[in-house]
Design a protein around this ligand. Structure first.
Ligand SMILES: Nc1ncnc2c1ncn2[C@@H]1O[C@H](COP(=O)(O)OP(=O)(O)OP(=O)(O)O)[C@@H](O)[C@H]1O
Ligand SMILES: [Mg+2]
Length: 471
């Protein structure tokens, strides 16, 4: 029987008919990856697996040579987009799904990937588009049970419960849907390769061949992907290069809020994020998140409201801190929804420029609601929350709103979109928001961390003593 696969080293490209633990060429370990051989003998991936290859690309020597031409002479039709029927998803995608594009959706187990994609296909089917849901993880019955609790359109979505790649591709070619979901890319299996589903070679082959079909037929494909224990997308990195858009679905399973973020987008911004809430009837878009978070703000010592930007949208979130004497030689720094290294930096600036040392104390910081804030504007909120918790007094004017980036010399630095942040704060009843210089007339503008502490801490709590907890 002719061979259907071979191995090549991902480091030096050495070819081998058999698998070796150590590459015979460069002697690196565990670098040989299985690849399919097309009937003609050429490796299939050479044709399919190149990032960004589209129907307009031709194989070497397959016709008369085309001369390079200036970009302005290249005709480019405007990108048409299909609405998924879910506003937050459309916004994160940059305005909807693009025909012929591949979207990779990753997220922890049980976070709601299947629910979100089921709902999107349901809406599209309801809107008259052809859809297909390919499930390699769950049986058709299981998917139906989920669809029953979602919007009515979800039950109209055609389903194929299949793990064989060739069958899936044949069905896709025959049905020619406008949009298709593959749940998940790690469960499909290419018969030519001996590696198990989810192995590096399999995932690369599966994604490459689906992309080839999607680009030629103009099918918008959402590939659902697993994540590793560390939260990164599982599978080869090349998968992320291959697809047009990488979305990450995040949140804490115990909490209802879910955030959809874009990590890569060839058709839109990567700064957008969408907020959802998991309810009995599926995922519901949270459009009034600021109102909810402000209403829930505790106003206790250690609480502050951050006027953050989630992409192009302002969002008010509560940041909470707890500072407690530590019994450990190395005090704990526990953080949720904020970068841990950034917390270390803010604590160092607080100690040096705010005369508020936390060296002997455990510090816990939490962005309430399971939301993650990934922007420099949250430094000041973390600093004020820690200062308030450390002194054991609520900030003045609670709920106290603020935003701004801290510099290493203790200055408060300007951050983007101050007017939108201030308008959102005003809309939800927050006045006297502490902000960097040049933020706007409505803000309480301050130039340094020390000035911010003076503005936010009650007079009696400002004394330059070290944090009580640390003493
Ligand atoms: N009948 C139900 N009622 C309420 N909530 C439900 C119901 N069924 C599922 N859920 C919620 O949906 C979540 C699972 O969603 P979903 O199956 O979409 O996750 P997933 O990300 O696809 O998971 P996996 O990685 O395991 O495929 C559950 O954790 C639960 O919170
Ligand atoms: Mg699932």
């Amino acid at each position: 029987m002719p061979r259907t696969s071979a191995y090549s080293c991902s480091e030096c490209g050495t070819q081998s008919a058999k698998w070796h633990g150590q590459c015979p060429g460069c002697e690196a370990w565990n670098t040989l990856v299985e690849e399919a051989i097309a009937p003609g003998g050429s490796k299939r991936r050479a044709r399919a697996g190149r990032a960004g290859s589209g129907p307009g690309l031709r194989a070497v020597g397959s016709g008369p040579r085309e001369r390079p031409r200036p970009l302005k002479e290249v005709g480019a039709a405007p990108v048409r987009r299909m609405s998924s029927g879910i506003g937050e998803l459309d916004r994160v995608l940059g305005g909807g799904l693009v025909p012929g594009s591949l979207v990779l959706l990753g997220g922890s187990p049980g976070i709601g990937k299947s629910t979100l994609t089921n709902m999107a296909l349901g809406h599209m089917q309801h809107a008259g588009l052809r859809t297909l849901y390919v499930s390699g993880e769950e049986s058709a019955e299981q998917v139906r049970l989920r669809a029953e609790r979602l919007a009515p359109g979800a039950l109209q979505v055609p389903i194929l419960a299949e793990t064989d790649l060739d069958t899936v591709l044949e069905t896709l070619a025959a049905e020619a849907p406008h949009a298709c979901v593959i749940d998940s890319v790690q469960t499909l299996h290419a018969g030519e390769l001996s590696g198990g589903p989810g192995s590096v070679g399999q995932v690369r082959e599966v994604a490459g061949r689906i992309m080839e079909l999607a680009k030629t037929q103009g099918i918008a494909v959402i590939l659902v992907g697993h994540v590793t224990k560390e939260g990164a997308l599982a599978g080869p990195r090349v998968l992320e290069h291959l697809v047009d858009c990488v979305l990450q679905f995040e949140g804490e399973r115990e909490r209802p809020y879910r955030e959809l973020r874009s990590l890569k987008n060839r058709f839109g911004s990567t700064h957008e994020a969408g907020l959802f809430e998991m309810r009995q009837g599926g995922l519901v878009e949270v459009l009034d998140a600021s109102a909810r978070f402000v209403a829930e703000a505790t106003r206790a010592p250690g609480s502050v409201v951050l006027a953050a930007m989630e992409g192009s949208r302002p969002l008010l979130v509560e940041v909470q801190a707890l500072v407690a004497p530590s019994e450990l030689e190395q005090p704990r720094r526990v953080v949720s929804g904020f970068d841990r290294n950034r917390l270390a930096l803010v604590l160092a600036i607080l100690g040096r420029h705010g005369r508020l040392g936390t060296g002997g104390a455990d510090v816990f910081v939490n962005v309430v609601g399971g939301v993650r804030v990934d922007e420099p504007g949250c430094d000041l909120a973390v600093a004020l929350a820690v200062a308030s918790a450390s002194r054991g007094v609520p900030l003045t004017g609670t709920p106290r709103g603020c935003f701004g980036e801290l510099g290493l010399t203790g200055e408060l630095r300007w951050v983007g979109h101050p007017e939108r942040r201030l308008a959102e704060a005003a809309k939800h009843g927050l006045s006297d928001v502490i902000a960097p210089v040049d933020s706007g007339a409505d803000a309480r503008e301050v130039a340094t961390l020390r000035e911010a502490l003076e503005a936010a801490l009650p007079a009696g709590a400002r004394a330059g003593r070290q944090a009580r907890a640390a003493a």
